[in-house]
Ligand binder design. Structure first.
Ligand SMILES: *Cc1c(COP(=O)(O)O)cnc(C)c1O
Length: 343
């Protein structure tokens, strides 16, 4: 069996999760009749202190449904240049919602409130594009699992809202930020108008994201979800996996973080230019290979020959993500493989 660290989405549903799926009460969710979906939407909304939630098949759809409630056609969303919303959702904001984006650069995706605040231009009138929302990704995926400082989130949210600019959180891995910092979900929730969370990343559900916001925003998202063709029927089967994931797979994320740290420390000791272990805060290990003499694609290919799968995301950037199907013995093996390839 290969060790698969391409993503935390590659996990298998456990027997307990499969049992929960098999016994879930269900109904037709297009009629809002599915009790398991309804209770999951209410549960996650309450966790973040939001009025309402809607189950979505993917995080991309959750993000897209929410940002279209905040930003009108021709208006602007600001986000970091490697954010999932602008890098991995295939231009959906432009293609479906007619919105424009501008991005700011950062080190590791780390938020400094001053950068978007300097870029933002609210109520720009008939000559320039008006900024109506700012999106923050926490943790930051392509930044290497970076946790955003709560103080910067607070500062950005306060200043943006004073200027009439809405705040969106791409919280696909907000669970990891919570485990890494102890910050409550309610605290995160206070600073954002809309939030997307993924059940299918570290929490290990086979599918599902929840989009959160005000009652009005979620009612609008419900219309657009159906319009996009994602009105689904007895999806309490998936929602049951989400409940199970929240009950059983949250606190164990600390183990994913420890293993990611162990990998980072071992690789840094061998090849200091490849990784600074202090930057590994959660379950993602980003490797900067430009000084290692091997490209990311070659590194990934050579690891694969040895039974370790990782992602080559840039010419010199490779990514490993730890998850619930990755144990201590595999961690030691993965480290040995990568050190061999780097030597
Ligand atoms: C995975 C991810 C999403 C959603 O991805 P889907 O594959 O559409 O579920 C959104 N944002 C971030 C930061 C992610 O890592």
């Amino acid at each position: 069996m290969p060790i698969d660290l391409r993503s935390d989405t590659v996990t298998q549903p456990s027997q307990g999760m499969r049992d929960a799926i098999a016994s879930a009460p269900v109904g037709d969710d297009v009629y809002s009749d599915d009790p398991t979906v309804n209770s999951l939407e209410e549960r996650v909304a309450a966790m973040f202190g939001k009025e309402a939630g809607i189950f979505c098949p993917t995080g991309s759809l959750a993000n897209q449904l929410l940002i279209r409630t905040l930003v009108k056609p021709g208006e602007e969303l600001l986000t970091e240049e490697r954010a999932h919303i602008v890098r991995a959702e295939l231009g959906a904001g432009a293609a479906f919602s007619g919105i424009t984006t501008r991005t700011w650069a950062s080190d590791r995706g780390l938020l400094n409130a001053d950068t978007p605040l300097a870029l933002a231009h609210e109520n720009a009138g008939p000559y320039l594009v008006s900024t109506t929302a700012i999106a923050v990704e926490n943790t930051h995926n392509f930044g290497g699992g970076t946790v955003q400082p709560l103080s910067e989130i607070e500062r950005l949210s306060k200043a943006a809202r004073e200027r009439g600019i809405s705040m969106h959180l791409d919280g696909a891995r907000i669970w990891n930020a919570h485990i890494a910092t102890g910050t409550s979900f309610n605290e995160f929730g206070k600073h954002f108008d809309t939030i997307s969370v993924c059940l299918s990343k570290g929490l290990g559900a086979p599918a599902g994201s929840i989009a959160l916001g005000s009652k009005a925003a979620i009612a609008e998202a419900r219309i657009w979800r159906k319009r996009y063709g994602a009105g689904m029927r007895q999806i309490g089967l998936l929602a049951a996996a989400g409940h199970y994931a929240l009950d059983h797979n949250m606190n164990r994320l600390v183990e994913d973080h420890k293993r990611a740290q162990k990998i980072a420390v071992a690789l840094a000791a061998h090849s200091p230019s490849v990784i600074d272990a202090n930057t590994v805060e959660t379950n993602i290990v980003g490797l900067e290979l430009s000084q290692s003499g091997i490209s990311a694609a070659d590194f990934a290919a050579r690891c694969k020959e040895q039974g370790l799968w990782i992602s080559a995301l840039g010419k010199n950037y490779a990514r490993l993500v730890t998850h619930l199907d990755f144990d201590d013995a595999q961690c030691d093996e993965a480290i040995a493989i990568m050190i061999k390839v780097l030597s």
